[in-house]
Design a protein around this ligand. Structure first.
Ligand SMILES: Nc1ncnc2c1ncn2[C@@H]1O[C@H](COP(=O)(O)OP(=O)(O)OP(=O)(O)O)[C@@H](O)[C@H]1O
Length: 268
């Protein structure tokens, strides 16, 4: 069964006035467990709006969204929180920066007392479990459990955020340019970790990226968006044999124009 079904989704902002813009123009998408699709596209193609509709922070004008077989089209975002996690470009959006690494992970585990009682009350088994999960990340965070998340490097913070986003085994993971603020070395490490988490947990994953090389090197599918539509969806051997030049050509032939993305990265 599909973990995510998006059918005929349409969204127009400011309808009825001159600047009305159809941000999503009939989007269909089906994702199975463990599928990992990278999403690329031109400026204003509708990538963020699609994520917002899937996450429930924007309601579509038409169409449906279903997660793990349940129609969630009109459910508010907080009612999807158990089945869906989203990681943003800014790692501080998914964490409490003044709390320690261990406290943040404990909060995500959902079994902790709140506020100041958290640290002394954290039992040894829970600390050991958290240390083990941190060790698995491979970022040395098991030795930094008691430092505030705000003092970590960007890559370490995104590693903690990824752990927190997936510790509750969501059906669906939305990665919203989650490496865009990182340097190339940290980006590489966070993407390797992302690949590992998606493979281990078999979570259906969508990742927006402006790096066309990463969009082909990571995951199992590449989706190309333009003008509110998914204009290409490549996987399997076709994708495996593609390079960045092929992806640009695919964009040109399916969108009918060159890719116009002021944040695009073309490394092979
Ligand atoms: N809240 C909003 N109100 C009005 N227009 C909006 C709103 N959100 C998005 N839009 C418009 O919808 C269109 C799609 O925007 P969206 O942010 O989804 O594109 P995107 O593919 O994420 O772009 P980018 O890569 O440039 O961030 C754009 O024309 C944008 O201006």
């Amino acid at each position: 069964m599909a973990m995510l079904e998006v059918r005929g989704v349409e969204k127009t902002f400011s309808p009825g006035i001159n600047v009305a813009h159809r941000a999503l123009d009939g989007v269909d998408l089906s994702m199975g467990a463990g599928e990992f699709a990278c999403v690329v596209g031109s400026n204003g193609a509708g990538k963020s709006t699609l994520f917002n509709v899937i996450a429930g922070s924007v309601t579509p004008d038409a169409g449906l969204v279903s997660i793990d077989g349940r129609n969630v089209t009109f459910d508010p975002d907080y009612r999807r929180a158990r089945v869906l996690s989203r990681v943003f470009q800014d790692p501080l959006m998914g964490t409490a920066p003044s709390l320690t690494v261990a406290e943040n992970v404990a909060l995500a585990l959902g079994r902790s007392e709140r506020g100041g009682a958290l640290r002394p009350a954290m039992r040894r088994e829970k600390r050991e479990l958290i240390a083990e999960r941190l060790r698995d990340l491979g970022f040395g965070l098991e030795d930094r459990m008691d430092v505030p998340v705000g003092s970590l490097s960007g890559g370490q913070r995104q590693a903690v955020t990824l752990l927190m986003a997936t510790i509750g085994n969501p059906c669906l993971l939305l990665l919203d340019e989650h490496t865009a603020a990182l340097d190339p070395a940290a980006t590489e490490r966070v993407l390797e970790l992302t690949d590992r988490i998606v493979a281990d947990q078999k979570v259906a994953t969508l990742m927006v990226t402006h790096d066309l090389g990463d969009a082909l090197a990571h995951g199992t599918r590449t989706l190309v968006m333009h003008d509110g539509r998914i204009v290409a969806d490549v996987s399997g051997e076709e994708r495996a044999s593609m390079d960045v030049a092929d992806l640009l050509e695919l964009f040109r032939s399916t969108a009918g124009t060159d890719l116009a993305d002021d944040k695009v990265l073309l490394k092979a």
